[in-house]
Design a protein around this ligand. Sequence first.
Ligand SMILES: Cc1cc2nc3c(=O)[nH]c(=O)nc-3n(C[C@H](O)[C@H](O)[C@H](O)COP(=O)(O)OP(=O)(O)OC[C@H]3O[C@@H](n4cnc5c(N)ncnc54)[C@H](O)[C@@H]3O)c2cc1C
Length: 307
Amino acid sequence: MSTDWLRRWPGVRHNEPLSRHSQFGIGGPADLFLRLDDLAMVAELVGECTENGVALTLLGAGTNALVLDGGIRGMALRVMSREVSAGDGEVTLAAGAMLPRVALDLARRGLGGMEWGIGVPGTCGASIWGNAGAFGGEVSTSLVSCEVAAPDGTTAWIDAADCAFGYRHSRFKDDLRGHVVLRGRFAVVADTEAAVRRRTDSVQAERKRTQPYGVRSLGSTFKNPPGDFAGRLIEAAGLAGRTHGGAQVSPKHANFILNIDHATAADVLALVAVARDEVASRFGVVLEREIEVLGEPAAAPAGASAS
Ligand SMILES: Cc1cc2nc3c(=O)[nH]c(=O)nc-3n(C[C@H](O)[C@H](O)[C@H](O)COP(=O)(O)OP(=O)(O)OC[C@H]3O[C@@H](n4cnc5c(N)ncnc54)[C@H](O)[C@@H]3O)c2cc1C
């Protein structure tokens, strides 16, 4: 297949290690990797990848997605635009805007309504995709509409009511998989900087009290099952502090898996499997993964064979 079309995209890197582009610090190489600031160019690239039969994988900050050790075939794209613009009772955030920074920026502007974003250390685009939320707020409670690029590169605004948001769920994980989020319009309310900061500070303090902080993780590994907490079940199964290679089940919050010493994706998945199996066998609860797994496992070493 011709790769001539790639000449239009001079920033493309070949065989780029994705561990360099993820806050979790894990991930094999992408065949092709590109960072784009311009949202119109993002939409164009989406269309060109489809036209040329190249699989496209979106990367955010890497605070929820585990990229496997074999990396990503095709193109991995990181949307960098972090633009924040405030209008009448709304703010528009570009897909690359980091929610904790947005929460602080809005506080300085005396705008409330997105204080919960201080507890979600990822990008706006990925957070809409997964309906991220923290401490009582989530995307679905604030989003008005979002602009997306369809696989053919055309763009459209979709009302929040049409995004089928659920617990860490949206249509972008389902019938609109392959659509790329470009921007979100969020409702905000006028307030004083001091009042908004009091609320962001309280979310932040609660986060620091209950979650591992300043260490590499992907947040909650599993969704909470109805009426219970995944972290409580994993801890009750005696797994807090359990390690595999360079990965560890957080001793502070057992639903977090940490990269404490050059962990591989395989190390992380080994702990995911132990936690799921132990909780199922001891308590009869089947945990559903919240983290997203992208790419391919590492190839087996030459000479290895199944027995
Ligand atoms: C310490 C810590 C605490 C956390 N606490 C919370 C919490 O309280 N609540 C919560 O909900 N989450 C939490 N998370 C998880 C994470 O921050 C959120 O899920 C966040 O929305 C992921 O953003 P990201 O940019 O890192 O996405 P990534 O992990 O890079 O990607 C996640 C998924 O989004 C897709 N994606 C990325 N960008 C786009 C785009 N523009 N369009 C379409 N798809 C896209 C990717 O393909 C991938 O499948 C926490 C994580 C950490 C490390």
